[in-house]
Design a protein around this ligand. Structure first.
Ligand SMILES: NC(=O)c1ccc[n+]([C@@H]2O[C@H](COP(=O)([O-])OP(=O)(O)OC[C@H]3O[C@@H](n4cnc5c(N)ncnc54)[C@H](O)[C@@H]3O)[C@@H](O)[C@H]2O)c1
Length: 319
């Protein structure tokens, strides 16, 4: 029992049920001690589905009574701030979803509080953990440093901001591609962007050319009113290229050959379950291992500040 990490959840909504409960439920060294949701129906359905012994509608009561080591706060971004602050003040380790606040200022303040209270924190940028992309990146970097990378995130029908207008498209969702560029290329020295409103009253297309501190080049390519949803990344190093789609496969080309090495996403994940294929299991495994070892996660709040600041730069440093 000593080796078990105890976890409580605030939120029993769609994403938590898709990504986080199934991942933690598969781990023998994790005990989900309780969950809380404002909707008692959602709380009890989720508890039944994942075998969670206690449910609450008041997260404070849940934390007082169950004293977990870590809390997953999986709420809409504009509704989580006060709860995250309370959990950090209780010196609990905290996992939240992206975006980590609705402004970089919120994220900075959460990061400072976490540091002051010695909390381990993680933001769910699961695209850093997608097995097929992780494998592709490793093969590219075996040849040398990445010289050029691209993150493409396009969707269809995106003409409104998220959550009834609470959060803009770039901060709420296209941020995945922004964070992935930092993961592939490092910190951004300078950038120029083009930000557009296509057929919409809100900004829904964000394209940018970036120079990383390494000298490498990054390209952000996002648009919420294209023909269909595609998430893909490209990474190039000396005479090697990877083209990877988390939903499908990675193609690795070497030395001008037209015959790629193919890595299927299900092969890389060793499973066809979405929470494994799309990186959710691995990000959760990593967070739990960090809690056990006391290591600060790579996507801690302080790191997420850099992604939020890059989001703001994409708005400000535009053509
Ligand atoms: N990483 C990804 O790819 C990805 C994908 C989808 C959503 N998300 C993120 O996941 C988060 C949740 O999104 P969702 O679509 O699951 O939302 P949702 O609305 O389906 O679920 C949120 C749940 O939180 C509950 N809730 C709200 N306030 C509460 C409170 N004070 N106490 C207890 N429960 C409360 C609601 O009743 C609801 O059940 C968002 O931050 C979103 O951006 C991430």
């Amino acid at each position: 029992m000593d080796n078990t990490v105890t976890v409580a959840f605030v939120g029993a909504g769609l994403h938590a049920n898709y990504a986080h409960y199934p991942s933690l439920a598969e781990m023998e060294d994790v005990q989900i001690v309780a969950l809380c949701d404002l909707s008692p129906e959602r709380a009890s359905a989720t508890a039944q589905r994942w075998n969670v012994p206690r449910t609450y509608t008041d997260y404070r009561q849940m934390l007082d009574e169950t004293q977990p080591q870590a809390v997953y706060i999986i709420l809409p971004p504009h509704q989580m701030f006060d709860i995250v602050v309370d959990c950090l003040n209780r010196r609990l380790h905290v996992f939240i979803e992206k975006p980590p606040g609705i402004t970089a200022e919120q994220t900075r303040n959460l990061a400072r509080l976490a540091e002051r209270n010695g909390c381990l924190t993680m933001v769910g940028f699961q695209r850093r953990f997608v097995p097929v992309v992780v494998q592709a990146r490793k093969k590219v970097e075996e040849r040398g440093a990445i010289t050029q990378c691209l993150a493409r995130f396009v969707k269809s029908g995106g003409t409104e901001a998220y959550y009834g207008g609470a959060v803009d498209i770039l901060t709420c969702d296209a941020i995945h591609a922004v964070d992935n560029l930092r993961w592939m290329g490092g910190e951004v020295k300078r950038l120029v962007s083009k930000v557009d409103r296509w057929h919409a009253p809100v900004y829904n297309a964000f394209n940018a050319l970036m120079e990383f501190e390494s000298g490498a080049t990054g390209i952000l390519l996002t648009n919420w009113v294209t023909g269909r949803r595609i998430y893909s990344v490209e990474m190039h190093a000396y005479n090697i290229s990877a083209y990877a789609e988390p939903d499908d496969r990675a193609l690795i080309y070497r030395d001008g050959s037209l015959e790629p090495e193919v890595i299927l996403n299900t092969e890389a994940a060793g499973s066809s379950s979405p929470h494994r294929v799309l990186g959710f299991y691995d990000e959760n495994r990593y967070f739990i291992d960090c809690v056990k070892s006391g290591q600060q996660p790579q996507t801690c709040f302080a790191d997420a500040v850099k992604t939020m600041e890059l989001v703001e730069r994409i708005y400000h440093e535009r053509l």
